[in-house]
Design a binder for this molecule. Structure first.
Ligand code: AMP
Length: 217
């Protein structure tokens, strides 16, 4: 199973990707996480990407595609995956299709998680992350047992620097301007499945499973 998740920041892509990864035994590939890790480690990719992430813009296509190419070089068996946050542009989708074509491992389905902009701002500005284990919380929707502290390791939770309102609004603008042509590309290929991202995590997850099943037939 090779899945791509597309949705604005805060649409639950990460949460659903985590469930799909665990339950369907897939590799998780999150380009946002890979880029943030590269920035923290101050690698060449990280240094190039940082100014873009800081202001909520997309990192350049060639940089992100190179990261994905490296992943494939280092994990030759990367056959079953769920992609969270890649491809983000039509150019990335075309490049990635070419790569998968050479490997004879085409994408099975693209799940579009849709949610309106105001809800995105509410969700993301309340998001908090554990810097040690990466667990994601929300101040009201998924609150830790003790406010501001990770349930798992007692670490003080932080807000990602790009999770403040002005950066979120910039990221939404970027998302809308790149996504229509990306979705058209996958719709034309018959791969796109649309899923509104409201309600419980589990009900959305069950709907996604239904969409994937339907794509198989
Ligand atoms: P995310 O964690 O997926 O919300 O990504 C955080 C940030 O990383 C985005 O706002 C972009 O700056 C950058 N990023 C992640 N994935 C990509 C991608 N496929 N193409 C370009 N930039 C990306």
């Amino acid at each position: 199973m090779r899945l791509v998740l597309v949705g604005p920041p805060g649409s639950g892509k990460g949460t659903q990707a985590e469930l799909l990864t665990k339950n369907l035994n897939l590799h998780y590939i999150g380009t946002g996480n890979i880029l943030r890790d590269a920035i923290n480690r101050k690698t060449e990719y990280g240094l190039r990407a940082k100014p873009f992430l800081d202001v909520g813009e997309l990192a350049p296509d060639d940089l992100v595609n190179s990261l994905v190419a490296d992943l494939y070089r280092d994990n030759a068996g990367l056959d079953r995956f769920v992609l969270d946050g890649y491809p983000r542009t039509r150019a990335q989708a075309v490049w990635f299709d070419d790569l998968l074509k050479t490997l004879k491992r085409p994408i099975d389905a693209v799940i579009q998680l849709s949610v309106n902009d105001e809800e995105v701002v509410r969700r993301i500005s309340g998001r908090r992350v554990c810097p040690r284990c990466g667990t994601v919380y929300h101040v009201t929707d998924r609150a830790p047992k003790v406010a501001g502290i990770c349930d798992h390791d007692g670490e003080k939770l932080i807000q990602r620097p790009d999770d403040n309102e002005s950066v979120i609004r910039a990221r939404l603008k970027v998302f809308h301007s790149n996504t229509d042509s990306l979705l058209d590309y996958y719709r034309d290929k018959g791969l796109l499945c649309e899923q509104p991202s409201y309600g419980s995590v589990d009900s959305i997850y069950q709907s996604i499973l239904g969409l994937i099943q339907a794509k198989k037939h």
